[in-house]
Design a protein around this ligand. Structure first.
Ligand SMILES: NC(=O)c1ccc[n+]([C@@H]2O[C@H](COP(=O)([O-])OP(=O)(O)OC[C@H]3O[C@@H](n4cnc5c(N)ncnc54)[C@H](OP(=O)(O)O)[C@@H]3O)[C@@H](O)[C@H]2O)c1
Length: 302
């Protein structure tokens, strides 16, 4: 079958190769991938992994081999899944506790936006406790994680400040306030989901109410954060980290929640770039150079 491999000397650091079919473990199903999305973390991995390494985490498609242990969806089911790697391929084996079945109303392209960005948004918001009536700020709000975080926080009853652009699109997701810089935000935040880091992290901490939480999910800026005691917004403000690959949680239920919200019209994946996977190298360059206009890039395999 055809698959994407890391190829350091090629455009986008990727190439296509013929590889062996996946051999599933007893608790794994094989998915024929119809759509996948790309994440900023994969750009970093393509820089450091050896040639031949196979990237790809966010996949949606059809089950072609059900798990031998009887778990998970049957052959023919339409699904979304979070793979560890090797998902940018015609077929991939994934543990069934990372696979959710798609409602008819949810397309493969929409579903492919969810695994890394959607799970990160959902789970980082949960780290802030109950959101109903509380002020939540999302930085990097126009990006893949940010847009999901804004809309999920609004759905949970928070008053959301989005730091990012475009303002009209973020307001359409329910943000009560959209600002270009954290400096424009009043203090009193219960929770910040910070996808940017560096000076933005420092400014976020300053604007937390006592007992508030900053969940650091990203580092789109490589600048370090400087923090002194008096930078904190009060007593008991905490900074915590989120790593999607290290939560230890099973993904099927949360992916099921996210696709259910899409089917109900409560979550709207923003696909800013849709192309055939033959255009993957160009797409990765657009992501690398911040030319995707926010939202998610989705590639399809026909
Ligand atoms: N912890 C985890 O498990 C996890 C999971 C997913 C993602 N992440 C990380 O989270 C971050 C966001 O991911 P994403 O998928 O949402 O990326 P993305 O779609 O590229 O979005 C990044 C957003 O940040 C903005 N931005 C870029 N550079 C900035 C800067 N210097 N200052 C302020 N804003 C800036 C971008 O605006 P422009 O449109 O102007 O570029 C965009 O809105 C990345 O660092 C990613 O690696 C972590």
């Amino acid at each position: 079958m055809r698959a994407v491999i890391r190829a350091g000397d090629q455009p986008g650091r990727i190439g296509f190769d013929d590889v062996d079919e996946p051999v599933p473990a007893p608790d794994e199903a094989v998915i024929a991938v119809r759509a996948f999305s790309v994440n900023r973390g994969e750009l970093s991995l393509l820089e450091i992994r050896p040639d031949g390494w196979r990237p790809g985490q966010d996949v949606a498609g059809e089950i072609v081999v059900a798990a031998a242990d009887g778990s998970g969806p049957p052959v023919g089911a339409r699904v979304v899944a979070r793979a560890d790697q090797a998902g940018w391929a015609e077929r991939v084996a994934v543990p069934t506790d990372r696979i959710a079945v798609l409602p008819d109303a949810v397309s493969f392209e929409q579903a492919a936006t969810l695994p890394i960005a959607g799970l990160t948004a959902l789970r980082s918001l949960r780290m802030g406790g109950p959101l109903l009536g509380n002020r939540v700020m999302v930085t990097g709000a126009g990006g893949g994680v940010g847009r999901f975080a804004v809309e999920l926080a609004v759905d949970a009853g928070a008053r959301v400040t989005a730091v990012g652009h475009p303002a009209d699109e973020l307001r359409a997701l329910g943000a009560a306030e959209v600002v270009p810089e954290v400096e424009a935000v009043e203090a009193g935040l219960a929770l910040v989901v910070d996808a940017v880091g560096g000076p933005v992290l420092t400014a976020s901490v300053k604007r937390c109410r006592p007992g508030g939480t900053v969940v650091l999910v990203g580092a789109v800026t490589q600048e370090p954060a400087t923090l002194r005691l008096w930078d904190f917004g009060g007593h008991g403000v905490s900074i915590t980290s989120f790593f999607s690959a290290m939560t230890g949680a099973r993904d099927d239920e949360d992916l099921g929640t996210l696709v259910g919200l899409i089917a109900e019209g409560r979550l709207h994946p923003h696909i800013s770039h849709l192309a055939d996977w033959s255009e993957l190298a160009e797409t990765l360059d657009l992501l690398r150079n911040r030319k995707l206009g926010g939202g998610k890039a989705v590639l399809t395999i026909s």
